[in-house]
Write a protein of this length. Sequence first.
Length: 704
Amino acid sequence: MTTLNTHSATSNRHKKSNRSGRTEIQRLQLGVYQVMIEKRISSVFTFDVAETVEAWRAGLQVLKRLVLDVTRIAPLMLFIMAFSKIWESLEEVVLLGLETRLLRIIEIGLSSADGMMARALIMTVITRVLFAMCSSLIHHWSRDTESRAKSRVLHYYDDFLLIARLRMDIPAIQDNRSDDHLNSLVPWTTFTVLLELSTKLLAVASQLGFMFHIVQSGHGVIFATLCIMKPLIGALSRKNMWSMRMQKILLSSSLTDHLREGRVVEATNTDFLRMRSLRTLESEEFRSDILSGDLVQYIIKEFRNARKNLGETETESPEMQYYNKHSSTASLIASFVGDFPLIYYVAVALIKPSSMNLSTIASLQQSAILLRWLFWDIFYHADTLRQYISRLQHLYDLEKATPTIKDGDISYPPEKHSDKGMSLELNHVSFSYPGSKEDTKALSNVSFRIEPGELVVIVGANGSGKSTFVKLLTRLYDVDDGTVLIDGEDIRRFKLPDIRKAIATLTQEHLLFPLSIAENIGLGCPDAMTDMDLVNKAAQMGGAKEIMNKLGNGVKTILDPFSIQYGSRVEENEQTELSEALKQLKKKVEVSGGERQRLVASRTFMRFNSESIRFVAVDEPSSALDPEGELQLFDNLREAKAGKTMVFVTHRFGHLTKYADKILCMKEGEVAEHGSHAELLAKKGEYFKMYNIQAKAFETVPLS
């Protein structure tokens, strides 16, 4: 670990929370990562009781909700789990007590003229065997119960996460806060760790009680203290950037800072980043390009070069690297202190032999080992629990995350509206996508109006802002400046579900769902998706009827299904029953890009079956269609135009612009020109220039 530099700064975050003291930013290079860690510079005089209480309260509230949720899901199963864990925590002490009794009986028997106490010895052995058998049955019973309880909890939180994520809008998803690390295992793991920690604490209490019982002369307290010194020193010497460190609890009053120690991590090693980038090329989405371009050997060579350059630089997570740094002095002290219990009872045996016996010494030695392991387990589970509390809080926060796109308060359509379709208007609209530079605008001070029932075509070069219109008119994003009006009213005033029920979109970004073809089309209008006549009609209009007919399972065919299929040490070319079974596994159905677009178009036509559709936005839907398929799609869309306003976004000019009531020609985020096809050609401006460039591409070149 190399410290690059340190400096002090006043944290805005601390200002907001009224925290006293300064912050120190420490830059570390940990393997391939550069890490900036924020530390509080404070003293006991800046101790904030309210912050400390709030930090503990927040953590306990998360755990309280978790316990209530999990208990409600599977109460009886969790009671059995808890009982088993408590039994397990007491098991070692009971067995150790029985072993101590056996040793004591044998010791007395060897030193007594009466010989062995046979009856007591046999009864103790029988008791131990019966206890061990009972424990085995309880553990078996608990394992089965725990498996079923886990399934229930995972299903509950799968449902929780599905709902929370589906409710998030696009700007929220594009937020920097990633929730990729969250899944249904997080609450289950948190609960099991909490249960383990609780029972380990009970085990420590029972183990200490056993020590005090067998050493009744007062040595029990001293001996127990000496036993826990090694794990305690080891825990104090370990560095952990995940959460608070034990030594900081003892030495610093600012508990809140170490519950959530601020840090920024960035992988800066170019060879490591290149290896990661090259590894992504092994995924299925790049397979066609890799094979058709004969890039396999190049990728392998470059990956090996990057790996060679990286050498032995650590790539483990910076948190783990930080955690694994030890103080050599502390480690030396811990090793020395670890022998204190042995030294202590040897000293007692030498000074006062009558107070010790061999069975006691043996039991104390075994008890000391068990106690050390228990403390190591407690420190480990406590640290794991702190990490998972943070994840669990993030998971629960998804539920109360407020959408970036705020809902309106009035219904759509309004009382006064045209039967021809929706009117649309942009007044001095400017917009930049999240994460773009401040001076880079997708739209800049744009104003125009679309009358109800009009067919409008928006043209322009790539990046001119064409697609941004569709995203603003469908309220996937809100404008930065200006106003979008629908039927004369600010679009933000209408209720989102109402607006989206009135809009049908067909874009190049639409994907097929990993569902059946019937569902892929039918979900255009969920209320009518079981009506196969409507599904077939939509497929005909979208050009997907032939696709449905050629597939083996027809409309029941599932495209891009989720599956887990593999064979281990079985080759398809082997003449065995297993190889035949491997060959019979279902193969994924592949369709071309044009066929995918036809299916998506069919979903849009299915949506037209909803009587509420008043605006249709079509954004570059035919990039993979042949000219005949594109012409058929546009003709079918125009035929279904009654009662709808239609906006087509395209960079290809064909016959569509000749049918447009209005054409908007975009350039660098602004409307360069607008008018009909004939009017714009007569102006001989930007539209005229673009139209001629595309027209020349279709001119007949004479054969030489």
